[in-house]
Write a protein that binds this ligand. Structure first.
Ligand code: ATP
Ligand code: MG
Ligand code: FE
Length: 342
């Protein structure tokens, strides 16, 4: 049996047809990068409208590739939280309409849990990794959870301001490196000196599992333009300085992420760390986490780079909910989840 998973939480319109044992029979992702590039960030209204145009063709492509029809589906799963309201709405309305038209059950997916589940797609039945600590580092979230199963997560702490990915994107925008900026910043960082700037490590030693990246972002701004100036357009900086800023910024982000994750593993006496979300594709973070795992003797389970950013394949988590009979009704509404602790 197969299920259809739909993902539209931010700026990727995606659908996938996945089997219970984790095989992907069909997949389609339409990214909106080009639409948001000139704004240096995702514009919610533009994202919602683009989802609306793309959602049905994307679903159709995934289903044709898998060679399945509505009556072949065991369920239709959709990410209903957290995310941009207008974006979520398009996926949820599409899923509900198809569930009604094809008379199939509906499953509501938590997009963050799905990001972590991306670590496990290659061994879907294997629950021996639990209990574990889960670290989400994405465009909108930087969160530590204690995970007792793919769908039983307890919030330990998270960012009080910017998310790690958001900080990467904003630094990229300040240095005119393009959007989304994470990949660009990490490419420049390779050529730079991570000790060139002593950027702040917010909340590094505060004893919580919270994060803060807005002070770091401001420090990068001052390194570029000096205090008090708003305008980046007239600033000329050399490639070496750019590379040094990127390397020092990346080192600061990675430092706090690694430090808090290993402490969470220790304090909760678990043996594994699961890591997902777009920033988990970052080479420096992957390297430093692997080093920490080696030193502390825990196992690092990190999503393959191509499954770190938004996709619908990670919607395979819905099988876990189906096992427990956790279905949604056709009254399902979106939960943007803007509050802390989500
Ligand atoms: P959320 O999942 O919190 O709703 P999102 O879905 O927008 O947010 P993802 O798609 O998981 O986020 O990740 C996108 C983010 O990952 C962007 O901020 C992007 O810059 C960042 N990113 C992608 N690749 C890298 C990389 N190699 N290094 C650092 N950051 C990266
Ligand atoms: Mg995206
Ligand atoms: Fe995401």
């Amino acid at each position: 049996r197969v299920l259809l998973a739909i993902e539209s939480t931010c700026d990727e319109t995606a659908a996938a047809v996945v089997t219970r044992d984790g095989r992907v029979l069909g997949e389609c992702i339409a990214t909106q990068e080009k639409l948001h590039e000139q704004f240096g960030g995702v514009v919610p209204e533009i994202a919602a409208r683009a989802h609306l145009q793309r959602i049905l063709p994307v679903i159709q492509t995934a289903m044709q590739q898998a060679d399945v029809q509505g009556h072949d589906l065991q369920a239709i799963a959709v990410a209903d939280r957290p995310g941009l309201a207008g974006s979520l709405l398009v996926g949820v309305v599409a899923a509900k309409s198809l569930a009604m038209a094809w008379d199939r059950p509906l499953v509501a997916i938590n997009h963050l849990h799905a990001h972590l589940y991306a670590c496990q797609l290659s061994q879907p039945g294997d629950e021996s990794v639990y209990p574990a600590i889960g670290l989400i580092v994405s465009g909108g979230h930087t969160t530590l959870y204690r995970c007792d199963s793919p769908i039983d997560l307890v919030y330990l702490g998270g960012t009080i301001d910017d998310a790690a990915g958001e900080a990467f994107d904003k630094v990229a925008a300040m240095l005119s490196l393009g959007f989304p900026g994470g990949v660009e910043v990490s490419r420049w960082a390779v050529k730079g000196d991570p000790t060139a700037y002593d950027f702040p490590r917010g909340k590094r030693n505060d004893g919580t599992f919270d994060f803060s990246f807005s002070g770091l972002k401001t420090a990068v701004r001052y390194a570029i333009v000096g205090p008090g100036r708003q305008d980046f357009s007239s600033i000329e900086i050399s490639d070496q300085v750019k590379a040094d800023i990127c390397a020092s910024f990346e080192a600061a982000v990675v430092d706090v992420l690694v430090r808090k994750s290993r402490r969470a593993v220790k304090q909760n006496r678990v043996r594994r760390l699961l890591v997902g979300g777009g920033v988990a594709a970052n080479g420096c973070l992957r390297r430093e986490l692997a080093k920490a795992a080696d030193e502390d003797g825990f196992e690092l389970v990190i999503a393959p780079p191509e499954l770190c950013t938004d996709n619908a394949v990670m919607g395979a988590i819905a099988w876990k909910q189906i096992e427990r009979g956790q279905f949604a009704s056709l009254e399902l509404d979106i939960t943007p989840g803007l509050q802390r602790g989500f």
